[in-house]
Design a protein around this ligand. Sequence first.
Ligand code: FRU
Length: 507
Amino acid sequence: MASRRDFLTFSAATVLAGRMALPNETCMGVDQPGDEPSKLAADPQRPRYHLMPPANWMNDPNGPIVWKGQYHMFYQYNPHGAFPESMHWGHAVSPDLVHWKHLPIALAPTPGGPDKDGCWSGCAVVEGGVPAILYTGVFPQVQCLARSEDGMRTWQKLAGNPILAAPPQGMQTTGFRDPCVWREEDEWFLAIGSGIEGQGGVVLLYRSRDLIHWDYLHFLCKGRRDELLPGKDPVSTGEMWECPDFFPLSGKHALLVSTQGAVVYSVGAYENHYFRPEVQGKADLSDAYYAARSMLDDKGRRILWGWIREGRSEAAQRAAGWAGVMSLPRLVSLAADGRLRITPAPELETLRGKHHHFAGQLARGEFSIRGDSLEIQAEFEPGASEVVGLTVRRSPGGEELTSITYNRTKAQFLVEREHSSLSPDADRGPQGGSFTLAENETLKLRIFLDASVIEVFANDRACLTSRIYPSRPDSLGIGTLMKGGRARLKALDVWEMRPISRDRLTS
Ligand code: FRU
């Protein structure tokens, strides 16, 4: 069975060679039962307030869209098990961004069709009152269209698919996938993730009047493989840009691309259908967060979603019967310094249950509150300390613990996982990246703990997603930590979070 890396390497090779090499798989197009719901419901590693399918594999968020006052989320889904093959589009709907109901699978591969080996990532738009999905069929990678005439219950694929059968002629592309569509007056524009072999990632730009017939214009934007994004933690944007997401934001435009390592954003000017980046950064410091896609909601807010990958062995994923989680909804706005400000959606506060407040303690010690389904807000004065932060999921004897730390000397913000789990299946490397506090600035953390998922927001300017798999049922403690000098904890607020379903099946 292919790993996710094999799956993508294989797909890139087939695009380059312009051929189909997978055996033609039979797809049922219906949800397979997967693992026993009771086993999944009892799995302590399954989050309780993050969206995910009831079982099996998921990856990228696809086509998030508001339709008739409801939030619709699609996602890459394999109904046959917890491994990345035979991609379908799973579908869920929410009235409030927080509670979800699972709907039938929206798209399944059609035997003999241009998507026979998978319905890969894409977007959803509404044209003349009719919802439409644009997605990538494989193999080779082509773009397809499906529409829904019954309010997004069922989707009919266009008989004339694919609507784009190949990248522009003569281009040596590293991929051709993940359409992102928007409207400008009476025309549609389409951005496709791609890259030029040996050169760098690109976004291809097309134009159409009817979503079906497309003219290629030019690169919306082009990266350079060897160029590193500036900063203490420079990022290479690689040779292939997946999942482009392009939108206007407070008089500027933002482009997000997933570079097969990170979600990199650019804020800049969009003129004459060219995008010129001015400021760049990472949407999340960690590689656990990937393939981000946004939606504009009916309150005018830009809401970003991402795929939270697993951080344990493929064997452990398959044994668990599920893999992949949708991030919490994050609001995107433009900060005063021109960078993206990405913060948790306020709706998450509706999940807050019992509240605990602690104030004015030295930054070292254990608190009485314990749990693995919490929101934690902490504010520290770092003082003379070199390292300051919190420990979470700590067992009483400290055999298991996870540290969330700001290191002033190294200018780093990390989730340190060396002792997160006694299980040999769990990843141990730190996740995070560069982060600096200004002189006299306090460290303000908002941490969402949800079983194996950690999402941290620091000072409204850094997001950090991580995965941990503590093996002991008593690894639930919270403490503060400091090294190399005194820090002060100004305040600590902890809320016990309410689950979004009775049984960890999220519906
Ligand atoms: C990103 C990605 C997309 C592709 C999808 C396949 O994670 O590789 O480029 O469409 O996953 O599942």
